[in-house]
Design a protein around this ligand. Structure first.
Ligand code: ADP
Ligand code: ZN
Length: 521
């Protein structure tokens, strides 16, 4: 029998009305339509839905779509029907009539896409009915929900692997979560460990400029950033609720239109801010991470992070809210040693099992590596997501190459001060030792008799603070949660200490912070 497969590009324009594919879509559509098992990692907003909706039209039979968000499923079904595509959903939100209509369309072989809420898979008979229904493809949206260590774990997702085996059809899994650990779990649980064809595309957002600054006068830094973008819609993300309120007030005082937003506010107040942000021009929302899911404003011109986010994924998601319309947009991230301590402590004091904590430290490390980078930030960011890139020309490091220096000796002096004092002290005391300051504490502990006492006069206090911060950023030392932030050496520092490795640090952040206080003469 001759089977003609409808042409993907033709369907793209005729059914969906799009002139062309977005980056990555065409390859994924091709593989899914050809019946390969597929894992596609695409950023939010990259156009994942099309990658299973279009193949569903190209294949005979029905495509089952599993998605965790009922509202999203209903939106997609409505959208598809408006395009003239036979689609239906089985969710807990259905009326009995809706459910009957879906089953009838399925029985008559009319349905092309059937959306199912994961908990539906648990009901007895679901699998039997699907076996009869002529399913030709399973599409799994938000596939990271199968990961037990993830924040969005959905136990019902664990049934999907069995469904795939029972139906014997190809499966296409989609997610925006890129870390290797989650990916491996998806492959294990959805594909029984047999590696699917994997696509990873479209994480680059070339219209976003990337910049990091060391916090020295945080409020002033945000105020000047906003002042340079007066009248443009922007978001400032803060680590605490109190800070959102204080910073919003400061911005209003400086003549901006600004309001705060956090999870502690009444739902109606939050909706009010969301509505204002969506409809007004030039409003600044100062928010905690709670401001995100509902933000769908295409022309956000800038995002500033007044505090360091908890991971590289969180960083990417927050800055990614800017410039959805593709026009240039700016992002800035402030960070300092207190942020690093705060984020480490958050992980250490959390209730997660040890493996999870180690993974969270690694995600934080990835972000700190980006903060302390000495070459193109975008290259580094995309590298983390598995994409290769050329230096971008649109980040602070591309526009002004940082001055660096061989910091091997300085780092060894600092490590030696840490080790000779039993990994029991924080940066303040360690710097006193390095500078040779005979403070009461130094004398009381006899630390003025250490060989490290006074060996570090080539930097001033600010300079050493910048060295310690960069050492924390490179995860050479970590604050010890059990000892009020006393610094401990990590294994990563051992080769430097033993003279087997060298390290390059940035001079400009040292010089910049040092210039705030004239060096003692
Ligand atoms: P996500 O990847 O977050 O699931 P969606 O699938 O909802 O993203 O797609 C995001 C938006 O991009 C939607 O409004 C969709 O209509 C649009 N879109 C998807 N593919 C294309 C395309 N090839 N051309 C133009 N717009 C597209
Ligand atoms: Zn760059």
């Amino acid at each position: 029998m001759l089977e003609t497969r409808p042409d993907a590009s033709a369907l793209l324009s005729q059914v969906f009305g799009f002139p062309g594919f977005r980056p990555g879509q065409e390859e994924i559509v091709g593989a899914v339509a050809a019946g390969h098992n597929v894992l596609a990692i695409m950023p939010t907003g990259g156009g994942k839905s099309l990658c299973f909706q279009l193949p569903a039209l190209m294949r005979t039979g029905v495509t089952v779509v599993i998605s965790p968000l009922i509202a999203l499923m209903r939106d997609q079904v409505r959208g598809l029907r408006e395009l003239g595509v036979e689609a239906g959903a089985l969710t807990s939100g259905n009326t009995p009539e809706e459910t009957d209509a879906v089953w009838q369309a399925l029985d008559e072989g009319r349905l092309k896409l059937l959306y199912i809420a994961p908990e539906r898979l648990a009901s007895s008979g679901a699998e039997r009915l699907l076996t009869r229904a002529g399913v030709s493809l399973i599409a799994v949206d938000e596939a990271h929900c199968v990961s037990q260590w993830g924040h969005d774990f959905r136990p019902d997702y664990l049934r999907i692997g069995a469904l795939r085996r029972a139906l014997g059809v190809p499966l296409a899994a989609f997610t925006a979560t890129a870390d290797a650990e989650t990916r491996a779990e998806i492959v294990n649980r959805l594909f029984d460990g047999a590696p699917p064809e994997t696509f990873l595309r479209g994480f680059d957002r070339p219209n976003l400029s990337l910049a990091f600054e060391v916090k020295n006068q945080p409020r002033q830094q945000i105020l000047s950033y906003a002042a340079a973008r007066k009248g443009q819609s922007g978001i400032v993300y803060c680590g605490t609720r109190a800070k959102t309120e204080a910073l919003a007030a400061a911005l209003r005082e400086a003549g901006h239109s600004a309001c705060h937003y956090h999870g502690g506010m009444e739902a109606q107040d939050r909706r009010h801010v969301e509505h204002r942000f969506a409809t007004e021009d030039g409003l600044i929302v100062v928010a905690t991470v709670a401001f995100g899911m509902g933000v769908d404003k295409p022309d956000i011109r800038w995002v500033a992070q007044a505090d360091l986010p908890k991971s590289i994924e969180a960083y990417y998601q927050e800055i990614g809210r800017a410039g959805r319309d593709g026009a240039p947009a700016d992002t800035l991230t402030l960070y300092g040693p207190d942020d690093i301590r705060f984020r480490r402590q958050q992980i250490d004091e959390g209730l997660a099992p040890p493996e999870r904590k180690a993974a969270d430290h690694a995600r934080l490390n990835a972000l700190l590596g980006l903060a302390e980078a000495i070459t193109c930030r975008r290259q580094k960011l995309l590298g983390y997501f598995g994409e290769e890139a050329q230096p971008c020309g649109n980040c602070d490091l591309c526009t002004q190459a940082p001055e660096t220096f061989d910091a091997t000796t300085a780092v060894r002096k600092a490590l030696s001060a840490i080790l000779r004092t039993g990994e029991y002290f924080g940066t303040g005391h360690l710097i006193d030792i390095l500078l040779g300051n005979p403070t009461d504490k130094v004398q009381a502990r006899g630390h003025d008799r250490l060989p490290t006492f006074g060996v570090g006069t080539d930097f001033n206090r600010r300079g050493w603070q910048a060295v310690f911060r960069q050492m924390m950023g490179h995860d050479l030392v970590r604050p010890d949660p059990a000892r009020h932030g006393a610094l401990r050496m990590t294994e990563a520092a051992r080769p430097i200490l033993k003279g087997e490795a060298e390290i390059t640090l940035r001079r400009d952040t040292i010089a910049k912070s040092a210039s705030r206080r004239p060096a003692a003469r």
